[in-house]
Design a binder for this molecule. Structure first.
Ligand SMILES: *Cc1c(COP(=O)(O)O)cnc(C)c1O
Length: 459
């Protein structure tokens, strides 16, 4: 067992991790999970405050999902969807069509959020190539939001708006049009929240009015820009985006990879504003946090543009080897059954209110600039000076320091820059949620006070 620590540092290259720093830190090695808790090889116990990177829905080692996977394991683990069918992929597609917004009727599977997005982009592009009408032949470009995140493959990065992650790869990427993000705390239009009339939508409308002829699609994370630091959009924003896309004949892709499956308090974020996208991307919570699975849903109208005889070559020439994996399908079906049986979405309301109430007390800390919450998704933006909204210096790595402090106190989190993220497991009890908040509060306070004490900032 001792060797695991050495071998981890010797052989494993961790994602989104500065390995020089990582190699000098002691990191828990997770061995098992149970409900809301993770246990490491040293027997230490942690609350999973980020649902193991936003995926776990009904807890770790959930009996029903375990049993569903075991039952499927005894039948078959994998068979291809290229020209063949399998049982779980059919049942799951039917179920997804039933529960997602109206109009989405076809399901294309893959194995991650990034692949679900790649597929959405390629479908949107090919749709216009094959759709009737000469006036649509130039529709090849994509519109994305500043601060957006849609995954790490080259296509997804091309529609990504987070400079720190994406800027370097610019020479590799296809061009698109970037429009402002609804980041009200630091409004890109220099307006005040509430009295702005959603001025950040004007550049979008102007762009589509001027260049709609060359724009295939807009891609958006509905309600919450997750990876950017849980940037929550104002009420009505998403609906307005849908209306603008419709008026200029631009397809709307809703990337619900993070927000889907209950995270915002609704099953899907689009429901909140009665929006039906033309294409929807799902992953993360789809299997309850058990197995990699992505799904891209679309409408009959789009699907039909791909129909034709063999020699017309309108086929969607795309697929991944593990597309429609039966084990992942069985896990997803069991996950969705629990949502129904335990009325999970209804049960979230008191938990969301408890979080809102608890979080309000965080403003007492002089370093808490803004708390953003949509349902079970929370971002706490730390600043060194509240009045000036002055960010902590990048070099201080404040989010990481808070993470290490929380870990000592029995909570796993993962920050996004200076934003402390909480994404509790949907099944967490009110007591566990209270503990998540308490540890987070104390950790922020301890770390920031220490930094001030050492004279690293003036605030
Ligand atoms: C995580 C995420 C992705 C990428 O999903 P992967 O499974 O990591 O490829 C895409 N879009 C959004 C909004 C995400 O949060």
């Amino acid at each position: 067992m001792e060797n695991l620590e050495i071998w981890d540092k010797e052989y494993v290259w961790h994602p989104f991790t500065q390995m020089q720093q990582y190699r000098n830190e002691e990191t828990p090695i997770i061995e098992r999970g149970e409900g809301s808790y993770l246990f490491d090889t040293k027997g230490r116990k942690y609350l999973d405050g980020i649902s193991s990177l936003w995926v776990t829905t009904h807890g770790h080692c959930c009996r029903e999902i375990n049993e569903a996977i075991q039952a499927q394991l005894n039948k078959i683990s994998h068979s291809t969807l290229l020209g063949l069918a399998n049982v779980p992929s059919i049942l799951l597609a039917k179920k997804l069509v039933e529960i997602t917004p109206q109009g989405l009727t076809k399901v294309f599977y893959s194995d991650s959020g990034a692949t679900a997005v790649e597929i959405a982009l390629k479908i949107a592009f090919q749709y216009w190539c094959q759709a009737r009408g000469e006036e649509n032949k130039e529709k090849q470009k994509f519109v994305y939001l500043d601060n957006s995140y849609h995954g790490d493959t080259v296509g997804s990065v091309s529609v990504g708006g987070i400079d720190l992650f994406h800027r370097l790869y610019k020479p590799l990427l296809f061009d698109g049009y970037k429009v402002p993000s609804p980041y009200c705390y630091r409004c890109p239009m220099g307006k005040e929240k509430g009295s702005c009339g959603m001025a950040c939508l004007e550049p979008l409308e102007e762009l589509l009015a001027a260049r709609g002829r060359e724009i295939a699609s807009l891609i958006i994370e509905p309600l919450v820009q997750g990876a950017a630091g849980m940037i929550t959009s104002p009420p009505g924003y998403l609906k307005r985006v849908r209306e603008i896309c419709t008026s200029y004949n631009v397809l709307m892709i809703a990337d619900e990879v993070a927000v889907g499956f209950g995270r915002t308090g609704k099953m899907f974020a689009c429901e909140e504003e009665g929006v039906s996208p033309d294409i929807m991307c799902l992953a993360k919570g789809i299997t309850g946090g058990y197995l990699p699975l992505g799904a891209t849903l679309t409408t009959d109208e789009i699907f039909e543009a791909f129909l034709g005889s063999h020699e017309e070559q309108k086929t969607f020439y795309h697929g991944h080897t593990y597309t429609g994996n039966p084990l992942a399908g069985a896990a997803a079906l069991a996950n969705l059954e629990i949502f129904d049986k335990k009325q999970v979405i209804t049960g979230l309301q008191p938990k969301i209110e408890l979080l809102t109430k608890g979080l309000a007390t965080f403003y007492a800390l002089p370093w808490v600039g803004e708390i953003r919450q949509k349902g079970m998704m929370i971002g706490i933006e730390l600043v060194q000076n509240k009045a000036a909204k002055e960010p902590f210096p990048f070099a201080l790595n404040i989010g990481h320091r808070v993470t290490l402090e929380a870990r000592k106190r029995g909570l796993i989190t993962r920050p996004l820059g200076n934003v402390i993220v909480l994404m509790p497991i949907l099944s967490m009890s009110e007591e566990e949620l209270t503990e998540v908040l308490d540890i987070t509060y104390t950790s922020i306070k301890t770390v920031c006070a220490d930094i001030v004490g050492k004279g690293l900032i003036t605030g």
